[in-house]
Unconditional design. Structure first.
Length: 304
């Protein structure tokens, strides 16, 4: 099986599909809500007219700094630049757009959200996002709030099992939750190695990499309250969309996809679902980029 290392996370998933579904129009206002390494933003710029404007958001300051360099030529155009980089997370995206777009009499014509882990989270090993690198069990996107270690050391067995099951689709959720509760009585969890060693003790070798990936994903989602924030973000984006404007969302596990599907289906008075079923990556792309295997793309359009 191909190794899911940081390099694969530099490759935007279903790039052409995302751009096609955005259906960008000359002079439109578009949003990349998950800037990361800038792959989707670059593709959006490649088809955007001179009169278009693209707002690219990321809570990660390192991502913003990287893209300031990557898009230096575009940004150097000043007021004529089509690109605006915004250091902010999901929670403030609608507020920023209302302030910088809606109050000037405009509306957003398209929004793209890629919910996968960005390359910067994997590249900055000290954050503890990857089980492949020794680091504190932190996993926070922003510097405030509880860490992954806090969750492992304080939550009850049922609470841990629910996190692993709901956010990681982990079949051994209860077994691992029990083992964690027993282990922390002897020593508190502090590093990625602590959790990795527990998985090695509890899970057969051929299942260990996938189990570790699921646990780290589940903890990251819990630490950052990603599903709650995703739902509130999607709901807050609907009013800022222009009639005919589209929201394109790519998720990577069943919990995320369920939230997207439910928001789209629960707002049929204002949204028309374009993708009746989630779009999956072509086999050729999965072969080139194993991360694409779990990607699910859904699209909705604001009704007139």
């Amino acid at each position: 099986m191909a190794r899911l290392d940081a390099e694969t996370y530099h490759i935007p998933v279903m790039l052409q599909e995302c751009i096609t579904y955005l259906a960008m129009q000359p002079g439109g206002v578009y949003v990349d809500g998950t800037l990361g390494g800038g792959g989707h933003t670059a593709a959006m710029l490649s088809v955007a007219s001179d009169a278009s404007r693209i707002f690219a958001f990321d809570a990660d300051e390192k991502a913003i700094e990287h893209c300031q360099v990557r898009f230096a030529e575009e940004l150097a155009r000043g007021e004529a630049s089509r690109l605006v980089l915004v250091h902010a997370n999901f929670d403030t995206m609608a507020e920023v757009l209302n302030e910088r777009v809606a109050q000037h009499g405009h509306a957003v014509n398209g929004i793209l959200l890629d919910l996968g882990v960005s390359s910067f989270q994997f590249d900055h090993h000290h954050r503890g996002f990857s089980f492949r690198h020794m680091a504190p069990l932190d996993m926070r996107f922003m510097p405030e709030g509880e860490t992954a270690a806090d969750i492992l050391n304080s939550r009850t067995e049922p609470e841990l099992a629910k996190i692993f099951r709901d956010f990681g689709d982990e079949p051994q959720a209860w077994r691992l939750a029990k083992a964690i509760a027993q282990r922390r009585q002897l020593a508190r969890f502090a590093t990625t190695a602590d959790l990795r060693d527990l998985v090695i003790q509890q899970i057969p070798p051929h299942h260990q990499p996938k189990t570790m990936a699921r646990l780290f994903q589940a903890l990251r989602i819990a630490v950052n309250r990603e599903l709650e924030r995703l739902e509130s973000t999607l709901l807050s984006m609907i009013p800022v969309l222009a009639p005919g404007g589209r929201i394109v969302v790519m998720s990577y596990h069943s919990g995320e996809d369920r939230v997207v599907k439910n928001v789209f289906r629960g707002n049929t008075d204002t949204l028309n679902t374009i993708t009746k079923k989630a779009v999956e990556a072509a086999p050729e792309e999965v072969y080139q980029n194993p991360r694409a295997r779990s990607a699910r793309l859904r699209v909705a359009e604001r009704r007139a």
